[in-house]
Design a protein around this ligand. Structure first.
Ligand SMILES: [Zn+2]
Ligand SMILES: [Zn+2]
Length: 137
């Protein structure tokens, strides 16, 4: 793969935080956990896992909040947009909030995770696999 393989760009609502990533995401999943819900203000958050070596911030750096041990959530300090989830458990992955991509439709969700915490009124109308916690576990 070359350095210009499948580039994607994205950013926050106000535009201060911007990023660029290359390569296809390893996975794209809807997360129903309570932490994602509280941080985003939405009933679920769709994440894409990109290789962290192929991800760069291209404008202002985001703010960091340690939401649990070994877990960081990055967001724009100016407008509050949730941007990234980073965990020691998946140290080589940059988990990007899909809706911050300039073209969120360019990636396709493949499943639901943390469905054990899903809101009862959140009815899933797709046929994607549903995992109680993380995919494969
Ligand atoms: Zn912003
Ligand atoms: Zn979550």
């Amino acid at each position: 793969m070359t350095s210009s393989d499948n580039p994607r760009e994205g950013g926050c609502l106000c535009g201060q935080v911007r990023y660029r990533t290359e390569g296809s995401p390893r996975w794209v999943l809807h997360c129903h956990c309570n932490s994602c819900r509280r941080q985003s203000g939405a009933p679920m958050v769709t994440w894409a896992g990109f290789h962290s070596d192929r991800f760069t911030w291209t404008a202002s750096a985001p703010q960091t909040y340690k939401s649990s041990p070994g877990v960081e959530r990055l967001f724009c300090g100016a407008c509050g947009t949730p941007m990234m989830f980073r965990s020691e458990r998946w140290a080589d992955e940059a988990h990007i909030a899909v809706t911050t991509l300039d073209d969120p439709g360019s990636v396709t969700p493949k499943g639901h995770v943390h469905v054990a915490e899903k809101l009862a009124w959140m009815h899933l109308g797709d046929d994607l696999p549903q995992h109680d916690h993380v995919a494969g576990g």
